[in-house]
Write a protein that binds this ligand. Structure first.
Ligand SMILES: Cc1cc2nc3c(=O)[nH]c(=O)nc-3n(C[C@H](O)[C@H](O)[C@H](O)COP(=O)(O)OP(=O)(O)OC[C@H]3O[C@@H](n4cnc5c(N)ncnc54)[C@H](O)[C@@H]3O)c2cc1C
Length: 173
């Protein structure tokens, strides 16, 4: 086992995995070396290989996973599309990704507002809004891949700049 794959001292990932498996389907608790290796990179030049990758399907699972990590004092990091460029979406501990179940949307007030689950891809949100001649505020070059849950966190500043330029009226945050 290489150094980067060694579990951190004093952190009991086995006990965490067992507790997670009481409520989360084991197929979505990823501990195999090859799969963890694949989750060890994002769009940045950093590499951190997670000890456990979780693919969570609903809010109950997210709350449960966070509670378990807190109980075991084990750090966790979220990953959406993994396009951020400074290593924000890699971890050598627990990496929490979402399944494809988080892509719901609803248009409100005739397109004045849109409600999106965090797994919606930015470009898809704009497709839903196109009939209303509206678009979401963030307009990153990664819009065909990045997801709303993460974009809303990372792009508030960029969003303000775009608002002034776009010919189609963007939605407010
Ligand atoms: C080719 C390219 C072009 C880009 N262009 C731009 C650009 O023009 N403007 C710009 O600002 N950025 C740009 N980026 C950076 C990146 O695409 C954006 O920051 C994007 O918003 C990240 O979205 P993501 O879905 O990939 O999130 P990730 O990279 O997966 O995650 C981003 C952050 O959000 C956290 N996170 C993810 N999901 C959740 C969740 N459900 N709950 C809480 N936290 C969560 C992660 O832990 C991480 O800290 C670009 C990147 C690439 C590769």
């Amino acid at each position: 086992m290489s150094n980067e794959n060694k579990p951190k001292r004093n952190l009991n990932y086995d006990a965490l995995r067992q507790q997670l498996a009481t409520r989360i389907n084991e197929q979505r608790i990823i501990t195999g070396e090859a799969e963890r290796l694949a989750y060890g990179t994002d769009a940045s030049f950093y590499r951190l290989i997670p000890q456990i990758v979780l693919r969570l399907k609903d809010l109950d699972e997210v709350v449960f996973a966070i509670q378990c990590c807190r109980e075991h004092l084990i750090p966790f990091t979220f990953r959406a599309a993994g396009t951020s460029l400074s290593g924000q979406a890699v971890s050598d501990s627990v990496l929490i990704a979402l399944t494809d179940d988080w892509r719901g949307h609803s248009i409100l007030d005739e397109g004045e507002k849109i409600r999106l689950q965090p797994g919606v891809i930015g470009a898809d949100a704009n497709k839903y809004l196109l009939p209303y001649q509206r678009k979401i505020g963030p307009d990153p070059a990664s819009i065909n891949t990045c997801k709303i849950g993460a974009s809303r966190l990372t792009m508030r500043v960029a969003c303000a700049a775009v608002r002034r330029k776009t010919p189609i009226k963007p939605l407010s945050a």
